[in-house]
Design a binder for this molecule. Structure first.
Ligand SMILES: Nc1nc2c(ncn2[C@@H]2O[C@H](COP(=O)(O)OP(=O)(O)O)[C@@H](O)[C@H]2O)c(=O)[nH]1
Ligand SMILES: [Mg+2]
Length: 185
């Protein structure tokens, strides 16, 4: 399954691919420079020193806990670059994808709106994972669901993108959502 991990700049996409992949991840990080000043919105992520300029890529083998009900899946993970100026690339990256995991950050929920709007236009199954940071405001999942105007059927999980089990859990929620959509269509 090709899965795209989307979300605003600095939300933890590269971190999540790195935490879950079982192969050496492909990374395309470059140092943030003055050239991005006034172009890229780094508000709220001031400690960030590098940025993804093309894609992150990783692979995760997810054996089924119950093969009689669900087949297992091999996930090919494509992390998208976060900045708006890569929008054309976002369209390319989703080509052939079966689903999108949108990472969101409660410190900057607004930044996820635009990504979610774009994801809606792709018409692919998607789920949302809140990546918790140490200074994330304490909002309930229900409040976030309302703020992001998510459909009741859209999975919303909470994760720590640095933690492989937690990040994996967010990906499994998406895979199950995709499989359920296939089974019910
Ligand atoms: N505290 C905390 N920091 C995180 C978490 N996920 C990512 N980070 C840090 O946030 C920064 C931005 O993450 P990155 O994966 O590069 O974001 P991307 O722009 O979405 O690819 C990095 O310095 C990460 O180490 C998290 O769950 N908790
Ligand atoms: Mg990145």
């Amino acid at each position: 399954m090709k899965i795209v991990i989307a979300g605003p700049f600095g939300v933890g996409k590269t971190t999540m691919v790195g935490a879950t992949t079982q192969i050496e991840p492909l990374r395309t990080e470059e140092t943030l420079t003055q050239a991005g000043t006034g172009v890229d919105d780094i508000s709220g992520v001031r400690d960030k020193t590098t940025t993804t300029v093309a894609i992150d890529f990783g692979r995760l083998d997810l054996p089924s806990p119950d093969p009689s009900r669900h087949p297992g899946a091999i996930l090919y993970l494509f992390g998208a670059p976060g900045q708006d100026r890569y929008r054309t690339l976002w369209n390319e990256i989703t080509y052939g994808a079966l689903g999108i995991l949108v990472l969101a950050d409660t410190r900057r929920l607004q930044a996820s709106f635009e990504v979610l709007d774009w994801v809606e236009t792709r018409g692919l199954p998607y789920s949302v994972a809140l990546n918790l940071f140490d200074d994330s405001p304490d909002h309930s999942v229900t409040e976030v669901r309302t703020a992001l105007d998510l459909d009741a059927s859209t999975p919303l999980t909470v994760c720590d993108a640095r933690d492989s089990a937690s990040a994996r859990h967010a990906l499994i929620a998406l895979v199950e959502h995709i499989q359920n959509r296939v089974l019910t269509s």
